[in-house]
Write a protein that binds this ligand. Structure first.
Ligand code: AHG
Length: 344
């Protein structure tokens, strides 16, 4: 029997699990538990829309561009609003920031502020919506830095090492929520018949023997020599013990989730395609940091090719970063190739 399967007869809801995790921290007040549960609720609401996408006239674009210059999909707007509205009035959050907004999202004056900072990518991989490909919500939670007044941009610009919790909800063949509060990574599958996330993947560890490498190889001509040689190594050239299979969905949550369960490495390196984006496409705050936290909690590692993602001090909200994430030895090998061929 797979170690990750649920013992028959024992059903753990996500609420029960979060409460149990809270017991590890005797000083905990239950606020984080409630915040995580609010995010699970947001996931359920968003899932209810993604599964009806074609039916509910939600497919297609609003015709607007977001701060990243990308077309905004209607479901992005819905997911963004859902998370905001579930968290603006609870007194748990001091400030929010979303990939869809140029600036921080303050808590309205007439609502109380709380101790946490919530960062999120409401619908990652949204360019895939029209094609029925898995998409996801990613979140990161920090303590606020100062204890009074409204939350600030500084509260949002914290290193990944300071994270309190992070996770994602994947809308795929089933809906799953995967999260960590720094005590392992745990996955829950939404049972639509009861409307609850049930523990299906306790204590996820990245398998030691990796199966996949995941990268958009269509951009190969724009890569550095180090990244090109690293890819050849993954393919079995240059002394790699066994070639890995290539799997690339183009939806970060889905690519990460598969590699988390099957073992492997995902990378979106810096490239020379667009001089305005010298650091690749992915966002440090909303994508790279929270997933890197989960990777490390599952025994893996994440790097920008030169340093651990979790050690990077963010300087602005929409900062982009190269990302190599997955099995520790595979990511360290990427760093070694980059050190040897790219660092001048
Ligand atoms: P978007 O939300 O605009 O669809 O971007 C998705 C991100 C990420 O999920 C994925 O890993 C990456 O973009 C794919 O980008 P490429 O199409 O350039 O490979």
């Amino acid at each position: 029997m797979a170690t990750n399967s649920v013992v028959p007869g024992q059903i753990t809801t996500i609420e029960r699990h979060i409460l149990d995790q809270q017991l590890i921290h005797p000083e905990a007040t239950g606020v984080l538990t409630s915040l995580l549960y609010d995010l699970a609720l947001a996931g359920k609401i968003i899932a209810s829309r993604t599964t009806r996408a074609g039916l509910a006239e939600i497919l297609g674009s609003t015709g607007e561009e977001n701060v990243q210059g990308e077309e905004v999909q209607k479901l992005d707007v819905f997911a963004d609003l859902t998370i905001y509205r579930l968290n603006d009035h609870t007194g748990r959050v001091a400030v929010m920031a979303s990939e869809e907004h140029p600036d921080i999202i303050p808590i309205p004056d007439h609502f109380p502020t709380g101790k946490y900072v919530l960062l999120f990518d409401p619908l990652d991989g949204s360019s895939n919506i029209d094609y029925n490909v898995s998409i996801g919500t990613i979140f990161a939670i920090y303590n606020r830095k100062r204890w009074n007044g409204p939350g600030t941009v500084d509260d949002c610009l914290q290193k990944g090492r300071d994270l309190v919790a992070a996770g994602y909800i994947i809308y795929g063949s089933s809906t799953m929520m995967v999260y960590s509060t720094g005590h392992g990574v745990h996955g829950f599958t939404l049972d639509p018949s009861v409307g609850e996330f049930l523990l299906s993947h306790p204590n996820i560890r990245i398998p030691e023997e990796p199966k996949y490498y995941s990268v958009n190889q269509g951009y190969q001509t724009y890569w550095t020599e180090g990244v090109r040689r690293y890819t050849e190594w993954l393919q079995g050239h240059e002394g790699q013990r066994k070639s890995l299979s290539l799997r690339y969905i183009g939806s970060l949550v889905a690519d990460f989730h598969r590699n988390l369960l099957a073992g492997g490495v995902f990378y979106y390196p810096a490239d020379t395609r667009d001089p305005k984006r010298p650091h690749g496409k992915l966002r440090l705050l909303y994508e790279a940091i929270p997933l890197s936290f989960l990777a490390e909690q599952a025994g893996g590692y994440a790097s920008d090719g030169r340093q651990p993602i979790l050690d990077i001090q963010p300087t602005h909200l929409h900062q982009r970063t190269p990302l190599f994430i997955g099995n520790r030895d595979l990511v360290e090998k990427a760093e070694a190739f980059i050190r040897e061929y790219d660092v001048k």
